[in-house]
Design a binder for this molecule. Structure first.
Ligand SMILES: Nc1ncnc2c1ncn2[C@@H]1O[C@H](COP(=O)(O)OP(=O)(O)O)[C@@H](O)[C@H]1O
Ligand SMILES: [Mg+2]
Length: 317
């Protein structure tokens, strides 16, 4: 498949330099904070991304996702804290060296709309000083399935196709670490699905991917691990672990009087995995299906108040 052609670093990269950093994490961040004047965008964030990992940063608008991408991408300096990117310490002196090894696909593609797809890519291949630009462009176009639109003006392409051109551009430099900042924001479900397929294929090719999103299902579908950010880092884990933590389905049942034998009442109900006493007349039930699918009128003693507490921490659209 075309995707496998991308990520063939031995062919394009400087093997020795990349090998030297092979034992280190792709990204390592320690206590990073970024303030904009009095506003703290990112506070005391620490995490590490292994080489070849697809790592997601999930958080609502304003959570600090783009700030992290721009900081790790050497576009602005952190206020405090330290990091290594592609094995190289994030310092002003190392900016060029880091930028040689990474690519950023920003939230808005920023293409030259009057130029064709190929002309856009030529322009950026030139800036990247790609040694064999025509080969690189052909591979990048194949990787995002855009070879047949190569001579179309970018301004004539749909938003989804422009996003694919931006992805092709990010691949031109054969990056070790690829930052994708909300790669499917504003795309319709079909276009988003196409971009998901491309990212999944890139992930399989071995490139380290750092992806930001505000969609849980996107993080879940694409990422090996996900960090949840809202200025501070709330948690990190594998998607299934986070779903278990964040989407635990519970039902709190309050009764007028304490039940004499709560175990006898709850243990016999279908879809209740476990229960525990939360107060003198309150019981927390862990349920394995949405209550609507099995709930029957409760005995009179249980009817006073009940509510579901299906906790969600992310916005999904
Ligand atoms: N250049 C900037 N100057 C001032 N404030 C900024 C700047 N960039 C981002 N911010 C603020 O930092 C916070 C985080 O923004 P951002 O990183 O863009 O969040 P996200 O990408 O998660 O939506 C927001 O409150 C935003 O207004
Ligand atoms: Mg953003």
């Amino acid at each position: 498949m075309a995707f496998e052609l991308i990520g063939s670093r031995r062919r394009y990269g400087d093997g020795a330099g990349r090998q030297a950093a092979a034992g280190t994490p792709a990204i390592d961040v320690s206590h990073m904070t970024k303030d904009f004047g009095a506003r703290t965008a990112v506070a005391d964030v620490s995490f590490s991304v292994a080489r070849g990992e697809v790592f997601g940063f999930l958080g609502p608008n304003g959570a600090g996702k783009t700030t992290i991408v721009r900081t790790l991408g050497t576009l602005m300096a952190p206020t405090s804290g330290s990091a290594t990117v592609a094995g190289i310490p994030l310092t002003p002196e190392n900016g060029v060296e880091i930028r040689r090894r990474i690519s950023i696909m920003p939230e808005s593609p920023g293409l030259y709309l009057r130029l064709s797809v190929t002309e856009n890519l030529e322009c950026f291949a030139d800036l990247y000083e790609a040694p064999d630009p025509n080969d690189r462009i052909a591979l990048a176009l194949q990787a995002v399935n855009l070879a047949d639109r190569a001579s179309d003006a970018c301004g004539s392409l749909s938003k989804g196709l422009r996003q694919r051109v931006a992805l092709a551009r990010a691949l031109l430099s054969d990056p070790e670490v690829l930052f994708l900042d909300e790669p499917t924001a504003g795309l319709d479900p079909v276009a988003a699905h196409d971009v998901h397929e491309l990212i999944a294929a890139l992930g399989r090719s071995g490139v380290t991917i750092f992806l930001t999103t505000h969609r849980l299902e996107e993080a879940e579908r694409l990422c090996d691990r996900v960090a949840i950010l809202n200025t501070t880092l709330r948690t990190i884990g594998r998607p299934e672990e986070l779903r278990e933590q964040l989407f635990a389905k519970t039902l709190t049942v309050r009764t007028l009087v304490p039940l004499s034998q709560p175990g006898g009442v709850f243990a016999g109900l279908p879809a209740i995995d476990s229960w525990r006493q939360e107060g003198p007349a309150a019981y927390l039930l862990a349920v394995s299906e949405p209550p609507g699918r099995w709930w029957r009128p409760a005995p009179t003693c249980c009817r006073s108040a009940s509510r579901t507490t299906r906790s969600r921490t992310s916005t999904s659209s």
